[in-house]
Ligand binder design. Structure first.
Ligand code: PNS
Length: 169
């Protein structure tokens, strides 16, 4: 049985990520989407929320599972019996992704395959989605509708909480 890991922060998942997960699921028997269990300072969503959004967005893919991971990605891959890491590649990602792929292979023998990001999503990233949403722009073309809803609710919560903090001073 062939098994691939699609790792990432997914804060939040975008159509670009989902395209890569979907294409990977046609190439191997099983795909494990691995959400980094790290809480970056400027994260919009907790690891659990990011995992929930991915699960909602991949329910129609029976060979895709979603889980959190801690520590080294290659240790997670070895523990899960995954022989390959699958990642989408945009032009700007190349140097960093190549370095990580070579290091991961050196550490463990686990290889990485790169799928060229779908041309229609080549300019989409989670960080741009967060920035555009935070500044009131329309992000509905770039993320599933349920994710766009969650982003709106999260930003509304934050602006309420921010307002409260300022009022409480
Ligand atoms: O979506 P991102 O932020 O590009 O995902 C990065 C991620 C989670 C895939 C990467 O940071 C990672 O693999 N982290 C696990 C720690 C690790 O294995 N580091 C060594 C990399 S050579």
């Amino acid at each position: 049985m062939s098994r691939a890991v699609c790792p990432g922060s997914f804060d939040p998942v975008t159509h670009g990520h989902l395209d890569v997960i979907d294409r990977t699921s046609r190439l191997v028997d099983e795909v494990v989407v691995a959400v980094g269990n790290n809480m970056a300072k400027n994260a919009l969503f907790s690891p659990q929320e990011r995992m929930d959004m991915l699960r909602e967005a991949t329910t129609d893919r029976p060979n895709v599972t979603v889980t959190l991971f801690d520590g080294l990605l290659v240790d997670f891959c070895t523990a899960r019996g995954a022989e390959v890491i699958s990642k989408g590649l945009r032009a700007a990602d190349f140097d960093y992704e190549l370095q990580m792929a070579q290091m991961n292979r050196r550490l463990s023998g686990v290889d990485t395959v790169f799928l060229p990001t779908g041309a229609e999503w080549a300019y989409v990233s989670s960080s741009l989605v967060r920035e555009i949403a935070g500044l009131g722009g329309d992000i509905t073309p770039f993320v599933p509708a349920s994710v766009a809803d969650r982003i709106s609710r999260r930003l509304a919560e934050r602006s309420r909480d921010g307002g409260r903090k300022i009022r409480d001073l």
